[in-house]
Design a protein around this ligand. Structure first.
Ligand SMILES: C[S@@+](CC[C@H](N)C(=O)[O-])C[C@H]1O[C@@H](n2cnc3c(N)ncnc32)[C@H](O)[C@@H]1O
Length: 238
């Protein structure tokens, strides 16, 4: 590579869901207890408004979205690469990759990909694959985080650029889908009540434990954290 090539493209966020599933589970627990708005309830509501009867939840983990849906509709299939997290997802659930969905063309009403596509070094093949399996008029709902998320922790951690940040994701999806609507958030949605919660919030973000402890010592609790991100709702035309 030469200087003229510029900086390398952002990588996908490293995956540790099988080697350290506790990190993801700790993150879910923190979000449940300390966050005021629930992404999964919002997505469940949107799926109902869109009239989605069949949903493929790509990167379903152990079923956060499944748990938010009203029974019995819609019918949701979970899909994930992590066999460890999939064991805790209610059936039906399948181990597969977002870029190679084991689903026939135009088969489902909606695909959800919540906090998943930033793991892929190049998310475009997965976005094309989502469009392939959606019926005409179906929707992809993809959520992701902004590079400027959690600015109150910036002295100790800033989110590294990824392949699918909220700043760039709508443009990327618009390369494949005919219609794109973006719901952004930029609000104080998390309150970390004590030093332990501050430390854990950073550990969940793969910050080294020594840095997380330094932040817990250095920041005053309760700490209100600004969350920034986006939910992109993309519609498939003909
Ligand atoms: C941050 S978790 C998000 C889980 C869940 N959607 C949520 O919002 O809580 C990312 C999930 O994506 C899965 N994942 C990562 N790369 C994937 C890929 N290429 N195909 C399918 N799933 C993938 C991981 O195993 C993990 O369960």
């Amino acid at each position: 590579m030469t200087a003229a090539d510029g900086p390398p493209p952002p990588a996908g966020v490293p995956r540790d869901y099988d080697s350290d599933p506790g990190r993801y589970r700790l993150g879910r627990q923190l979000a449940r207890v300390h966050t005021t708005v629930d992404l999964y309830n919002r997505v469940a509501q949107l799926l109902a408004e869109l009239g989605a009867g069949t949903v493929l939840d790509v990167g379903c983990a152990d079923g956060a979205l499944r748990a938010a849906l009203a029974a019995p509709a819609p019918w949701l299939v979970g899909l994930d690469t992590s066999h460890t997290l999939l064991r805790d997802h209610p059936s039906p659930a399948v181990q597969a990759d977002a870029a190679r969905l084991p689903v026939r063309d135009r088969a489902v009403d909606a695909i959800t990909a919540l906090n998943v596509l930033y793991h892929l070094p190049d998310p475009l093949p997965a976005v094309r694959e989502a469009r392939r399996v959606l019926r005409v008029g179906g929707h992809l709902l993809a959520a992701t985080v902004a590079r400027t998320d959690s600015p109150e922790l910036a002295a100790y951690w800033t989110r590294p650029a990824t392949s699918f940040d909220a700043e760039d994701a709508p443009r990327l999806i618009a390369q494949v889908f005919e219609s794109v609507t973006v719901f952004r958030w930029d609000a104080p949605l998390v309150t970390l009540p004590d030093a332990t919660a501050i430390r854990d919030y950073l550990v969940v973000r793969q910050v080294p434990i020594a840095v997380a402890r330094a932040a817990a010592d250095g920041l005053r609790a309760p700490l209100v954290v600004t969350k920034r991100g986006a939910l992109i709702v993309a519609g498939r035309g003909r």
